[in-house]
Design a protein around this ligand. Sequence first.
Ligand code: PGA
Length: 246
Amino acid sequence: MPNLPPNFELVRVGHPDEMGRRAADHLADLLARRPNAVLALPTGRTPLPFYKELARRAKEGLIDLSDATVFCLDEYRGLFRHNAESCFSFLRRHLLAHAQVGRLFAFDGQAPDPDAECRQYESTLAALGGLDLAVLGIGRNGHLALNEPGSPLDSRTRLVSLTEETRADQVWLFGHLSRVPKQGFTMGLGTLMEAKSVLLLVSGADKADILAMALTGPVTEAVPASVLQRRPHLTLIADEAAAARL
Ligand code: PGA
């Protein structure tokens, strides 16, 4: 079995609730040190137990995000914020509806000038001193946020075309392939790698091969998540199925 780089911490979990608890613990530790932390947060199926646990803790007064700043990692081009499938709506449903969050920055999927929208995202982030924590997932094709295979490893926030594989993986959200947008805004790989810390959440047997490839194979644009190997430190929370090849 390939070995993880020594600077990576792997937390194997047996149940989605445990992933939620461990990920929430990680965030709670950061907030205890830095209540005004700047976070990039993901959408998708993998982080649902994390948000469920954050909602529970917020309701019980066990976690406080009221001074934190949250950036949505990505957004589908062409959606309005209020569209149910937007990343903004996802975070509103799974986080903001349950926890008071200091500030939330989300891409405007309808922005008339996409480049200006991305520059604004980068400059807002820079003015806040950059990310304290990026919570990320990995796509079956190795994408990180919406940085698809072929993305430059030093890429900045930008508008990208989605691969057919990524679009097909979003049918659960949009109901039909024809409704899945063809483009999306994403924080860049270079942008994300500048975060002070990274937490990677991965679940499911269908991620086992790509996870092992990303963390123990060559660092290459063909597997965008392989850029994580350049991190001085990474915390990975994975279920047994996803970690099977590590
Ligand atoms: P998923 O998405 O959690 O829905 O598998 C992860 C990703 O595409 O980054």
